[in-house]
Design a protein around this ligand. Structure first.
Ligand code: MRU
Length: 356
């Protein structure tokens, strides 16, 4: 998608380095960063220079390729794979991408190993882009149906950033929105700010602005009253891990939005590529929920009057804070799962129909 009129993907390989858009600097600075080693890739995932389940999967895949480039030794590769998988615990895409890379490289000792690794990492990214585009085509039908009934702007609420910046291109939750906009359907997006890291305000609103899609940032607690007032036609969010029973684990606060949507009969859709489905864990209680530094709550970052980036403390300095990064929305609150293969009920039967 576009930034200042120029088309980008979120990650690519050029001149022996992996290029990423440093998302910790958005929206105030647009900086392309080089990842030269697997250590750089691990760090980029940990500090969230790259984030969003599909993009951290793509970065982990390129991380394996960087490890091969650095030191083609089985022990080093094994250790790198383990560290990549552990760099963030909740999104299943990390393990999915690393396992796929390791499987592809198994038993290859030839000079070809680096080019095979690079091709497979690119293939993982290209596939994600294709899947996200397909999610958009299926999701467009839902927006179109609402528009045909309403004959007026479709108001869509989204949480966090499940946009193109969280994937390779298109996004998951935003892909139907981009497709609707391209088709001329009037859409307006309510963007949850998404404390504490403000991915909604800093990334979703930013990318929608760049594509000229009308959007309004709201505090995370505002969605409920907007739904009560009939100002939300549908919600679409992303997911970091979808269980085979249709439960979805996504950015903290998603669950509360789903409850409000349920109480107000607002359709609540979750958009996902199949790489975020965890076919193994059966009980949501077993999903590892990331706990991040409390400093992400107690401090905020922005630009001052001299256009300098500044971080300031906003809490009493003696207060304790707790920063859980994800929550789980039970399948019963999910109207449907929008996948690359079509829209399914959020249930074992629904997912089985599409993926078996
Ligand atoms: O902590 P983040 O910014 O990586 O969390 C991202 C989300 O919660 C997204 O909704 C999810 O990864 C889906 S991205 C298409």
């Amino acid at each position: 998608m576009r930034i200042e009129g120029k088309e980008y993907r979120t990650i690519w390989f050029e001149n022996n380095v992996v290029k990423i858009i440093d998302q910790t600097k958005l929206p105030h600075r647009f900086i392309i960063k080089d990842l030269k080693s697997v250590k750089d890739a691990i760090n980029a995932i940990k500090v969230m220079e790259v984030r969003g389940a599909p993009l951290i999967g793509g970065t982990a895949a390129y991380g394996i390729a960087l490890a091969v480039q650095e030191n083609n030794n089985p022990e080093f590769l094994k250790k790198s794979a383990e560290e990549l998988i552990q760099s963030r615990p909740t999104a299943i895409n990390l393990k999915w991408a690393v396992d796929r890379m390791i499987k592809k490289l198994e038993g290859i000792n030839s000079d070809q190993i680096l080019s095979i690794a690079l091709n497979e990492a690119k293939e993982i990214c290209d596939e994600d882009e294709k899947f996200c585009e397909s999610i958009g085509i299926y999701g467009l039908k839902i927006i179109e149906e609402i528009y045909n009934k309403k004959k007026d702007t479709v108001n869509i609420l989204t949480h966090c950033n499940a946009g193109w910046l969280a994937t390779i291109n298109w996004g998951t939750a935003t892909s139907p929105i981009y497709h609707a906009h391209k088709k001329g359907i009037p859409v307006h997006v309510w963007v949850d700010e998404t404390r504490p890291r403000n991915q909604g305000a800093n990334l979703t609103s930013y990318e929608l602005n760049e594509e000229e899609i009308p959007n309004t940032i709201i505090a995370d607690n505002t969605g409920g009253i907007l739904m009560q007032r009939g100002e939300v036609d549908m919600c679409i969010v992303g997911t970091d891990r979808t269980l085979s029973n249709g439960d979805v684990c996504n950015k903290i606060g998603t669950y509360l939005k789903a409850l409000a949507a349920h109480d107000n009969n607002v359709p609540f859709y979750v958009a996902l590529p199949s790489s975020t489905i965890d076919w193994n864990i059966k009980d949501a209680k077993d999903i590892p929920i990331e706990v991040r530094s409390s400093e992400e709550l107690s401090h905020v970052e922005g630009i001052d009057e001299n256009n300098r980036i500044k971080k300031i403390l906003i809490y009493p300095n003696k207060s304790k804070a707790m920063n859980l990064a994800f929550d789980v929305t039970p399948a019963k609150y999910v109207t449907g799962l929008i996948t690359e293969k079509g829209i399914s009920e959020a249930s074992t039967e629904g997912l089985k129909k599409l993926f078996n």
